[in-house]
Design a protein around this ligand. Structure first.
Ligand code: ADP
Ligand code: ADP
Length: 224
């Protein structure tokens, strides 16, 4: 059973009197523990696809399913709840809170969800150890290297144990060696937790190391 399924997704924008079709019948299934690379040129609709999959934008037609539950009928409040609990986001730039330690940054989503400080700290420490940052947990983002910052961001993205991980060039700002190291940590976490991961990348070496590679062609998803 796919964790994430996109079925017949359409998304268009008004352009003058006409219509600009960005997604026109995009279909995709991502299974537990699977890493899917999304590789496509600028303007192809990658961000739009991630926003639809991440419940940040509603499709104009089609639906998003998580664990085969259709989400199209949810109201905005429930979409936000599902997004916070079921979906983790990682970006090219880490967006960590500069005034807080690595541990506190990873605790934040859990505190927002209503967990106690003790529970949040326990899980955050476990995740940071898993990401080989046990020794760095009390450092602020500015005291960490780029690769360490991204590993903290990945730990934060999965702090609430989501089902889906969506990443937009998570290693795009790193040198090749660090990119591979960060990708290894991300992939291990995805496989160990049975997450469904959709990862935008321009790095073909990393794309080759994922389970499948897809691109966008005229608004449809094509494997390559
Ligand atoms: P990518 O991430 O692959 O670069 P995007 O999903 O950001 O592609 O954008 C796809 C296309 O949709 C681009 O041509 C972009 O200009 C257009 N687009 C994105 N968002 C909007 C919007 N809110 N209004 C109009 N056009 C948009
Ligand atoms: P909200 O801002 O609606 O309260 P959340 O805080 O639940 O949404 O956001 C969940 C994730 O989605 C966060 O990682 C946040 O950075 C990301 N996010 C929210 N809005 C956008 C957006 N417009 N574009 C890209 N990512 C976003």
């Amino acid at each position: 059973v796919p964790v994430l399924r996109l079925a017949g997704i359409e998304r268009h924008y008004k352009e003058g009197a006409g219509r600009l079709n960005i997604l026109s019948g995009a279909n995709l299934s991502v299974y537990p523990g699977e890493l899917v690379a999304l590789v496509a040129p600028s303007g192809a609709g990658k961000s739009t696809l991630l926003h639809v999959a991440g419940l940040l934008e509603k499709p104009d037609a089609g639906d998003v399913f998580i664990d085969e539950k259709p989400l199209g009928e949810l109201n905005d409040a429930n979409r936000t709840i599902i997004r916070r609990l079921q979906i983790g986001f990682v970006y090219q730039f880490h967006h960590l809170l500069p005034e807080f330690s690595a541990l506190e940054n990873v605790m934040m989503p859990q505190l927002i969800r209503g967990l106690s400080k003790a529970e949040a700290a326990k899980r955050a420490a476990e995740l940071l150890s898993y990401m080989r940052l046990g020794e760095r947990k009390d450092h602020r983002p500015s005291e960490l290297s780029g690769g360490e910052q991204q590993r903290v961001a990945i730990a934060r993205a999965v702090a609430n144990a989501p089902r889906i991980l969506l990443a937009d060039e998570p290693t795009g700002n790193l040198d090749p060696t660090t990119a591979h190291y960060v990708f290894d940590a991300l992939a291990a976490l995805v496989r160990a937790s049975g997450l469904a991961a959709l990862i935008v990348t321009h790095n073909m070496d990393l794309a080759e190391r994922m389970d499948r590679r897809i691109t966008l062609n005229a608004g449809k998803i094509v494997e390559f």
